[in-house]
Design a protein around this ligand. Sequence first.
Ligand SMILES: *Cc1c(COP(=O)(O)O)cnc(C)c1O
Length: 405
Amino acid sequence: MSVEHAPVQRADFDQLMVPNYAPAAFIPVRGQGSRVWDQSGRELVDFAGGIAVNVLGHCHPALVGALTEQANRLWHVSNVFTNEPALRLAKKLVDATFAERVFFCNSGAEANEAAFKLARRVAHDRFGPEKHEIIAALNSFHGRTLFTVSVAGQPKYSDGFGPKIQGITHVPFNDLDALKAAISDKTCAVVLEPIQGEGGVLPAERAYLEGARALCDAHDALLIFDEVQTGMGRTGELFAHQHFGVTPDILSSAKSLGGGFPIGAMLTTTEVAKHLAVGTHGTTYGGNPLACAVGEAVMDVVNTPEVLQGVKDRGERMSARLRELGQRYGVFSDVRGLGLLIGCVLTDAWKGKAKDILNAAEKEAVMILQASPDVVRFAPSLVIDDADIDEGLARFERALAKLTA
Ligand SMILES: *Cc1c(COP(=O)(O)O)cnc(C)c1O
């Protein structure tokens, strides 16, 4: 049964919405796999994946099935009660990772908020209030709450909202000496993205993450990996830190975890988790049955050797083509990332113009992303068909050809 809706259009956005976003000129109304259709019936290839969220594309039957099954059963009970989908998803996450305990929430920012609060609480309980400093990387991104923008330390996201959260130090990414100089016995946690996503799809070096682990251990600090963007198969491993062989004490996940349904999770060990005792933290929707039912289906599909290997294969196919295109049109100086999180670094001539490339791509009916003004980013479905990759890249090439003509 379909409901009659009053017609709406893009212009309504400017009349109705807080102006913190600048969405594209078209409104997507339907998606299937890696294709999206807008109000006018125009079809686009989706390489944006809802910003690394639509891990199985649009309307994947396993996710639609899990969501509708749960929708007919039980939507919400709050954390005054537990529920079966939350426990099943938690078990799957624990079985598949270093973690022994899970906290569910609704977004990446909330997962990081929980991680930072937990790290401070652990240090407070074990060593006292002096040990509260958090070290984060310059150019990192951890979400938009006041704590997470304060930690990420990109002034454009944190300035102008009054006093920031104190006790945070920023160091250049991949610079172990800088981290060594900054860490002290007052440090309660070091937080890193194994690949800086918003910062330009910049992978950590293995030695940097190994060094960070050793420094944290030497100073009784917790190592937090923000895998909100890199997790859930995006890089060809379930979580990106597995590529590097370095295990965190706390891990945050969101984005792909729900495949498009809002959910976040903080994963940790029993020893660390015990410091969030009853009443210390919470959220009404965390562990919502609908979200967890979808998350469970995402885990079931993604966490298989075939799908993870497929991410590596597809990633290589896309990166190789993008390198070719970058050279042919003189637009990319580097193509980096892991699996299906790909960043194309713009050459000097194109620096700052990622948005122009996005707009040109959209005109040719392919949706892509930027990661800073200097990097064009691709984060498609992990199960995108080769035919969709080829068609999307053919359209992208047309965009580059026109733009550089
Ligand atoms: C997107 C992102 C976040 C924030 O997630 P939200 O769901 O938008 O709150 C945090 N960290 C990283 C690395 C991200 O990419």
